[in-house]
Design a protein around this ligand. Structure first.
Ligand SMILES: [Mg+2]
Length: 212
């Protein structure tokens, strides 16, 4: 059986608590400059810009409002994160060994920029294990859990008998499951009984070998 393995990045291929915190600081500074307002006002303005531009993503709302090049925004925000200060395991031996034992093409499916995913995975030593990196730009700014984003993955990678998808967010897994993907919920802090039946469940990354 030909299987494609699809992985979320943030919170799945690394612990993203530290990068999220640092990113928010960088983003608020950046947005406050762009909006010419104090950092306290940024959240309220962005909230209305999201509605105006029909997106749930702050960066995209700003991009559309100011007609900014996405790559420039990414360079000024995501790529400014100092990974060495984010408490990320590097090199990530557990994930490297686990992923190395899974035979078949593996791709990254992330709502963050693919350039950022590559930066993180290079830091953790996992880049070579993946054949494709599909991020927000490649997703035509649709993003998970929109159906369009899952279609883009399917269109980029045809001819597989099954797709196995690992993510830490249930709302993403639910859409994947509706499309017939086999879903694995990675949740390092526990599980509710009800969800166990909807998706395969792992609480440590190494367990992936048991369920796939
Ligand atoms: Mg995630």
């Amino acid at each position: 059986m030909k299987t494609l393995y699809v992985f979320d990045n943030d919170g799945t291929l690394y612990d993203d608590a530290g990068t999220q915190k640092q990113f928010m600081e960088i983003f608020y500074r950046y947005a406050s400059g762009l909006l010419a307002t104090s950092q306290e006002n940024v959240a309220t303005i962005i909230h209305s810009l999201k509605t105006k531009h029909g997106t749930e993503f702050s960066l995209i709302a700003l991009m559309r409002e100011f007609n900014i090049n996405y790559e420039d925004m990414v360079n000024n925000t995501y790529l400014q994160v100092t990974l060495g200060e984010c408490g990320i395991v590097s090199p990530d031996i557990v994930r490297y060994q686990t992923l190395s034992q899974i035979i078949g093409p593996k791709v990254v499916f992330t709502n963050n920029p693919s350039a950022f995913a590559k930066k993180v995975l290079s830091y953790t030593g996992l880049t070579e294990l993946f054949s494709d990196f599909i991020g927000m730009e490649e997703l035509e700014f649709s993003g998970k859990p929109s159906i369009r984003s899952f279609e883009i993955i399917e269109n980029h990678h045809r001819g597989f008998d099954q797709i196995i998808f690992v993510d830490d967010l249930v709302k993403n897994l639910d859409v994947a499951k509706q499309r017939g993907w086999k879903t694995v919920w990675y949740n390092p802090i526990g599980v509710s009984t009800e969800l166990e039946h909807r998706h395969l469940f792992i609480s440590s990354f190494g367990e992936l070998l048991k369920v796939t």
